[in-house]
Design a protein around this ligand. Sequence first.
Ligand code: GTP
Ligand code: SPV
Ligand code: MN
Length: 589
Amino acid sequence: MNEINAGITSNEHLLQWVREAAQLCQPDLIHWCDGSEDERRAFEDRAVSEGVLERLNPTRHPGSFYHRSKPNDVARTEHLTFICTRVAADAGPTNNWISPADGYRRCSEILRGSMSGRTLYVVPFIMGPALSPFSKIGVQLTDSIYVALNMRIMTRMGRIALKQLGKSDDFTRCFHGMAELDDQKRLVCHFPEDNAVWSVGSAYGGNALLGKKCLALRIGSFLGRRQGWMAEHMLILGIKTPEGKLHYVCAAFPSQCGKTNLAMIQPPPAMKGYETFTVGDDIAWLRVGADGRLWAVNPEAGFFGVAPGTGPGTNPVALATIQKNTIFTNVALTSEKDVWWEGLGDPPAKATDWRGEPWTAASPVKAAHPNSRFTAPTAQCPTLSPEWENPQGVPISAIIFGGRRAHIDPLVYETFDWKHGVYTGATMGSETTAAATGQVGVVRRDPMAMKPFIGYHAGDYFGHWLEMGKKAARPPKIFHVNWFEVDPQGKVIWPGFGDNLRVLDWILKRVEGTVDAQRTPIGYLPYAKDLNCSGLKITPAELETLLDIERDGWLTEVADQDLFFKEIGGRLPAALREEQTNLKRRLRE
Ligand code: GTP
Ligand code: SPV
Ligand code: MN
C-alpha cells in the first residue's frame, strides 16, 4: 500500500487498526495527516482540482472555499444514528439501537472495497486544549478530503495529537467512509463500550466530522458518566459587568436555537460597560473543581455554524470570524465568487443557489439551504476569551436551558434548586429545526438539548445530572429562557440577539443576589421593572405576555412531559417524578 507520511507514528495499536481498515476499504493510498500548513495548501489545491471545493474571491474571503453537498446530505440523520451497546436496554428509549455485531457488519458491507481508486486520510485529533487532563484523543479515518479539511479547522489535528497519544491505546476509533453518499446506505453507529464510531454514506457535519457530536457528545457523555464528568450541548460565554465582576455561563439550546449567536453576543447600546467573551459555541465538557464549582472546557477548535440569519444586525462577531480561512457549505455563490444567504443583507443580483441552480431575488426558493453552514477557526473570533484554552476550563456561575417555543415558556425564569433545574432541563420542549432531517416546527421533548446526543439511557443520564449536583458543593444556579414567543400575528415578540444580554444581566443579578424575583409555580420570574428594557420598542403588554404563566397551558405541558417520562420508564429517577408532582400541585393551587 502506498503511504504518505508513513512512519509518522510508531503506535502499534493505531498502525494495526489502520491496516485492518485499509484491508476492508481497499484505498489506493493512505495519507497520514500531519496538520502542517503545507499539507493544508496541498489538500485545498487537490479539493479544488477534484471539484469538491471552489476557491472564493480572495479579496472578499481570503483562504476560503465553497462547497456544495449532495442534496440528500444536508443535515444530521437521526433515524440512521445508532447506539450499539451490548445490551439493547442500555441505549434507552431516546436512541436507536442495533447490536454491535450488526453495526460493524452493516457498516463493513457498505465500506468493503469502497475506497478503491481513492485516498484514505488518517486524521489524528485532540478534543480539548492540548495537554489538558480533560482532553481526549481521536483518530478519524476518512476518504473525504472535505471532511479532512473540516476536521483540521474543528479540532487540534495532526502531529500534535499523535504526540499526545504516544504509545497509548486510549483513543476513539472514528471510521468514516463516504461510500456512495446514498441515504439508503447511510449509518452512523456508536460503540461506546469499544470507544469507537463508524459512519458511512454521509459527508454532512454532524454525521461525518466525528470529533463533534459523535465523540465529544455521544461517546463523551457515556465516558462522562463512567468517569464523573459531563459532556453537554452547551455554549460557554464570559460576561464582565460594569462593576468588573467576571462570570461564565453555559447555555444548552437545541440545534439551530441560538447557541452560536449567544456565544458571540455583543452588548446593545443601552448596556455600555458590559464586556463579553466567547469560550465555545456548541459543546461543553464540565467537571467539578477543587472549589466545588463546575468548570467548563470547550473541546472544539472551530465553529460549525448556521449561515442563514447571520448578518450585521444579528451577529457581527460571526461575520468577522468567517471573513477568512472559512469553508462555506450549501450557501449561495455569487458571480463575484462571494457567498450569500438569507439574512446576510441585500440579495445579489444573480447567484447560484445551494443546489447549483441559477437564482435571483425573484426566485421562489431559498438561495441557501436552511441548514447551510460555515466552518471557521475559533481563534479568529474577535470576542474570544483569553481563557478559552485554559486546560482547567472556566468556572460556571449559571446554567441556562432554552428552547424554541411559540408559547408556554416565558422569557426567563430561575429554577428553585439543582434538582428542580434538572427536572426543567429534562422536560425541555422545543420546535424541531432544519439541523436534522424530518419535519420542521413540531414541538418535541429535547432534554437538556441532548435528545439526539445522549450516548446511553436517558434515565441514567438524568440520574448522572442529579449526582453531579450532589458532588458539586457550589453548583451553578439553573435558569430557563425562551427567545421565540410569538404574538397573535406570529411575529417573534422579543428582539433577541444582542438584547438577550438584558436577560443575562438579570440572571447574573440573581446569581449575585442583588435583585428580587417573584415566586411562581414554575420558578422565580423577573419583576418587569427589573429587566433593563431601556431603548427597546417593547410595550408593557408585550412584556407582560413574555413574563406570563398560563396555568391551563402549563398543565397541558406537564401532561405532555409525563408522556415523555412514561417513555423513559423504570430508569427515571424518583426525584424527577417528585418534582413533577410538586409542579402539578403548585399549578393547581
Ligand atoms: P447549532 O449549530 O445547530 O447547534 O445551532 P445554534 O444553537 O448554535 O443556533 P444559532 O446561533 O446558529 O441560531 C440558529 C438560528 O436561530 C439562526 O438563524 C439565528 O439567526 C436564529 N436566532 C439565534 N438567536 C436568536 C434570537 O435571539 N432571536 C431570534 N428570533 N432568532 C435567533
Ligand atoms: C447541531 O445540529 O446541533 C450542530 C450541527 O451543531 S452538527 O454538527 O451537524 O450536529
Ligand atoms: Mn449543535
